[in-house]
Design a protein around this ligand. Structure first.
Ligand SMILES: [Zn+2]
Ligand SMILES: [Zn+2]
Length: 363
């Protein structure tokens, strides 16, 4: 197959011929049709999470068609359409049994890794998937069955950005009807936090960003007020919009930048909850005046939107079919696999909600 390989930090991806194994007992080989280009891949590419993964196939937001299955696979068959979940779960550890499979302590992974064609060079795969490629070999649990009429590009986005953002609002923070929310960062994840708050019935949803084009985009997803953090103190602007009280729920969806993170704590009201969504570079200390928390405030993190993929993906697709979840509007640009570096350029410039790679012509 063809795949986009990252050899080192801060260097363009290269399109290579790659060998991928046939499925072992409980694995499935998925012919990838579409992959979103998520910020997390950009963080990996910048070397923010260390260099252990390189060389690697990036991409972890994919959808496609099951090509073949291992002999112990019972739930999927060739021809099935699937969204890939990047957090697999064992089903039996404490966190799985408590209903938090995104926090599974024994995530199954594929037995064999892809290799450069004609070489012994083993390649890593982002989040165990590596969706910037023609195929992915994954544990059966990673394939979430969907209806064949759902378009692949829209389906792919559920695999990370939509689940992470919407899930942070409805699963992790459990936003209540009539509440007030502030969302810091209006990228692919932040826009989905905003629509998660809207789905949960929030009354006031304040979008916070430094780019006016992203703030305007956020209206489509349910933002009721816009705060440009480069024009005046964001916390004060949020207090002004909430009668001096602050919000019930704040979300940091930037990737843990200490300044906005602190603002997302300071802008909540008494007993307010701040949810940090996404990832941080290695070694990101945050210093906070402990008194800022004294009014019974909570800070928590959301991992993959507290996803239960086999429950949440079908539910979210039902909402999409009913016109309540916006997926079409997230797709700003589409690229061929060969143009993956350009997709990162437009992401870097903050021009897109999401770019999608079309992978059909890959193999
Ligand atoms: Zn992602
Ligand atoms: Zn588990």
């Amino acid at each position: 197959m063809r795949a986009a390989v990252a050899y080192e930090a801060n260097a363009p991806l290269r399109i290579e011929d790659v060998d991928i194994a046939t499925p072992a007992s409980r694995e499935v080989l998925v012919k990838l049709m579409a992959s979103g280009v998520c910020h997390s891949d950009w963080h990996i590419l910048k070397g923010e999470w260390g260099n252990a993964l390189f060389p690697a196939i990036l991409g972890h937001e994919g959808a496609g068609v099951v090509e073949s299955v291992g002999n112990e696979v019972t739930r999927l068959k060739p021809g099935d359409h699937v969204i890939l979940s990047w957090r697999t779960s064992c089903g039996v550890c404490e966190m799985c049994q408590r209903g938090y499979p995104a926090l599974c302590m024994a995530s199954p992974i594929s037995a064999s890794k892809p290799r450069l064609a004609g070489s012994d060079q083993v390649l890593g795969a982002a989040a165990g998937l590596g969706t910037f490629a023609g195929y992915a070999l994954v544990p059966e649990i990673a394939g979430v069955l969907i209806d064949a009429e759902i378009p692949f590009a829209q389906a792919a986005l559920l695999g990370c950005g939509v689940m992470t953002g919407v899930g942070a609002a409805i699963n992790t923070a459990q936003v209540r009807p009539g509440s007030t929310c502030a969302v810091f960062g209006c990228g692919g994840v932040g826009l989905n936090v905003i629509q998660g708050c809207a789905l949960a019935g929030a009354d006031v949803i304040i979008a916070v960003d430094t780019l006016d084009n992203k703030l305007e985009m956020s209206r489509t997803f349910g933002a009721t007020h816009l705060v440009n953090a480069s024009r005046g103190d964001a916390v004060q602007q949020i207090l002004d919009l909430t009668g001096g009280l602050g919000v019930h729920y704040a979300f940091e969806a930037i990737g843990l930048v200490p300044g906005p993170f602190l603002q997302s704590v300071l802008c909540t009201r008494r007993r307010g909850v701040t949810t940090w969504v996404g990832h941080a570079p290695l070694n990101t200390p945050v210093t906070i005046d402990a008194r800022a928390l004294m009014q019974e405030k909570t800070i928590m993190a959301s991992m993959y939107g507290s996803a239960r993929p086999h429950i949440d993906f079908p539910r979210l697709l039902n909402l999409y079919r009913d016109g309540k979840l916006k997926l079409d509007e997230l797709i700003t640009r589409r690229f061929e696999l060969a143009d993956v570096n350009e997709a990162f350029e437009v992401l870097k410039r903050g021009e897109v909600a999401r770019s999608v790679l079309d992978l059909q012509s890959v193999d």
